[in-house]
Design a protein around this ligand. Structure first.
Ligand SMILES: [Zn+2]
Length: 96
């Protein structure tokens, strides 16, 4: 009985993560990284095949955000975007 309960709980947990937890920040998108994501990195580029614009978005911890860079400049076009946005507003005057 205990085993069954446990399994059900894990499945529910995974579903919740997919939806995004509103109260706490999601985990970093990088595989193996369990840091809280702090930034959303968005890159919009034109797919090589010409099927239109592609938006690649990833939530990353601070450390991995610094490692991000435009990866699809070959697919750049008039509306090309590479953008980093903080996931939560930084409190005023709290910069260390
Ligand atoms: Zn990370």
């Amino acid at each position: 009985m205990a085993d069954t309960e446990n399994e059900r709980e894990q499945a529910a947990d995974e579903n919740r993560r997919e939806d995004g937890v509103p109260d706490s920040l999601p985990e970093c998108h990088r595989r193996g990284c369990t840091e809280r994501a702090r930034f959303v990195v968005l890159e919009r580029y034109q797919e090589e095949t010409g099927h239109g614009a592609v938006e690649a978005e990833a939530v990353l911890c601070r450390e991995h955000t610094t490692e991000e860079s435009p990866a699809n400049l070959d697919g750049s076009y008039a509306d090309y975007v590479f953008r980093v946005e903080p996931l939560e507003a930084a409190p005023d005057g709290d910069t260390a």
